[in-house]
Structure formats: structure tokens, C-alpha cells
Design a protein around this ligand. Structure first.
Ligand SMILES: Nc1ncnc2c1ncn2[C@@H]1O[C@H](COP(=O)(O)OP(=O)(O)OP(=O)(O)O)[C@@H](O)[C@H]1O
Length: 273
């Protein structure tokens, strides 16, 4: 069933898999004297999982925040489905965030609300007319999708770190976004929970056809999850390519970054053998 939502400036036609969905064009961003991006260019295609890697402070989180309007670029354009978001007002970004959902590093759940109320929150915001039974049904469906059925009445304080991340994901996908942004989804998790979260990222792509942009320090996850990997260095994208292309890279910044993490990646290959 379709529900009324606020008048939208964003005209969104779901793109076909493989079509360009997002383009960062000549992006510049500084904080005072600190230049984070200088003429950054990057395209993201519908249905792909793109991982953004790079050293600490290279602007991985800033890139995600610019896309959903939490930060504004100084110059350049961000095209979403061909529409330039840089002229959007704060209220226009509410609609962008219905299509592009961010799963925050710390899950960022409201502790005073139950799990069910946390997941219902964005639905109430975007679909004020949705009847309570439809709300309940959608919340239940999203919890089932993250393999946590029936925990609506629990409180965030009673959940493990991995469960919180999955509830954070259920809330992020409550509005059926086309794009999911993952900010360090596996940081601080043990290997088993890391694999569970990685499976979630894959299943969002396979079951829902979502496009994912993943920011991570975890090279093992980056290489196992991604259709493409983009590396940020020196205020721009140093290279973007498939995991195989990145492994074989001769771009100096990429080579140096990956060589410094050779041990992590070698261990992964040994485990895979
Ligand atoms: N709101 C802000 N105000 C001032 N400086 C900021 C702000 N947000 C980010 N920065 C600066 O921009 C740079 C890039 O930050 P960002 O958080 O995107 O890095 P990152 O690549 O995600 O790093 P990490 O891997 O350590 O999380 C950093 O130097 C950071 O201090």
C-alpha cells in the first residue's frame, strides 16, 4: 500500500541495476585551513557494493555526510539520479534520507525507546498517516530481515553490540531505501559478528537490490564484500576498481596502503584456502 508523504523536491525513479545512481563531481571541501577534498570525482552504480578505503582523516565519513546533507561541500556537485543535491535546502534532504539511509558506527539507537519504537521512528517521520497495524507489521518484517524476529519490546540497553548494529540496520531500512551507507559497520566487533554483519550487507544487496557504500578500515571485509573499492588519498580518489584491480594496482598511494596491510589480507587468503 502507498502512503502519503511530505511533498518532495526530489524526483526519484528507481534506476536499473548498473546505471549511474550517484556522482560526486569536482567536489571540494575544507574545514578552515584543512583541505579534505580537492576536485574529487566518483560515480556509484545502482545495485553495487562500493567500499571506500583510505588512511585516517582522509575524508571517508565526510564523503558520506556530504551525500545526505549533514555536511555541505564548498564547491562541485553531487548528483543523485541526475539531480544536483548541492542546491537542496535542509528540509529537501529529509526526502533524500528516505532513499539514502545511513547506518551509523555506534548504531545510535534511542535508549529511552523500545527496539520496535526505534524502528518505527523513521516510518512515523516519513509516513505520518501510516496506520498502527501497518507500522507494526513493517517493524516485524524488518526485524525478521536482520534475523532478530520478535524483539520489539526489548530495550537497546539489553542488546549485545552485534544486536544493536542489526537493530540500527533494521531502522535504517525501515523506509525501504535504495542506498545504504555503512560507516565502519564492523569496527570493534569479534570475527563471528563481523561475518554476520557482512552477510547482512550482502543480503541487503541480494534480497532488496540495495546499493551499498561502505566505509571501512577492515581490509578483509572490503575485499570480500565489494564489487568495487575506491581509495581516498591526497584529497581525491586515488583509484577505483574491482578487488582484483586494486590488488594488482601500481598506483603508488594504493600500493603503499595495501602493502602496509599485507598481513591482514594474507591471513584472509589462508583462511579462504
Ligand atoms: N565537522 C567537522 N569540523 C571540522 N573538521 C572536520 C569535521 N568533520 C571532519 N573534519 C575533519 O575532516 C577530516 C576528514 O574526516 P573524516 O571523519 O571524514 O575522516 P575519515 O577518513 O572518516 O577518518 P577515520 O578513518 O579516522 O574515521 C579530518 O581531518 C577531520 O578532522
Amino acid at each position: 500500500m502507498l502512503f502519503r508523504h511530505r511533498t518532495s523536491r526530489l524526483q526519484f525513479q528507481p534506476p536499473r541495476r548498473g546505471e549511474e545512481l550517484i556522482r560526486f563531481e569536482h567536489l571540494r571541501k575544507s574545514f578552515g585551513p584543512k583541505h579534505v577534498f580537492d576536485d574529487l570525482e566518483l560515480s556509484v552504480y545502482a545495485g553495487e557494493t562500493l567500499t571506500v578505503i583510505g588512511g585516517s582523516g582522509t575524508g571517508k565519513s565526510v564523503l558520506l555526510k556530504c551525500l545526505i546533507g549533514l555536511l555541505r561541500p564548498d564547491a562541485g556537485r553531487i548528483l543523485f539520479e541526475g539531480q544536483d543535491l548541492t542546491g537542496f535546502r535542509e528540509e529537501d534532504f529529509i526526502d533524500v534520507r528516505r532513499h539514502v539511509a545511513m547506518v551509523f558506527q555506534g548504531a545510535a539507537l534511542f535508549d529511552s525507546l523500545t527496539v520496535g519504537e526505534n524502528i518505527a521512528y523513521p516510518l512515523r517521520e516519513h509516513f505520518p498517516d501510516m496506520p498502527p497495524e501497518e507500522l507494526r507489521e513493517r517493524v516485524a518484517r524488518k526485524l525478521a530481515l536482520v534475523n532478530l524476529p520478535g524483539i520489539e519490546d526489548m530495550r537497546p540497553a539489553d542488546l549485545s553490540g552485534g544486536m544493536k548494529k542489526r537493530v540500527g540496520l533494521a531502522r535504517a531500512i525501515a523506509t525501504d531505501p535504495e542506498v545504504i551507507l555503512w560507516d565502519e559497520p564492523t569496527t570493534g566487533l569479534d570475527p563471528v559478528t563481523t561475518e554476520t554483519i557482512n552477510q547482512m550487507i550482502r543480503s541487503m544487496q541480494q534480497q532488496l537490490g540495495c546499493t551499498s557504500i561502505v566505509v571501512t578500515h577492515d581490509m578483509v571485509s572490503a575485499f570480500s564484500l565489494s564489487d568495487r573499492i575506491a581509495m581516498l588519498a591526497n584529497r581525491r580518489i586515488a583509484q577505483v576498481g574491482t578487488p582484483e584491480e586494486m590488488r594488482a594496482s601500481t598506483v603508488p598511494e594504493v600500493r603503499a596502503f595495501l602493502d602496509a596491510r599485507r598481513h591482514e589480507l594474507r591471513t584472509q587468503e589462508e583462511v579462504a584456502r
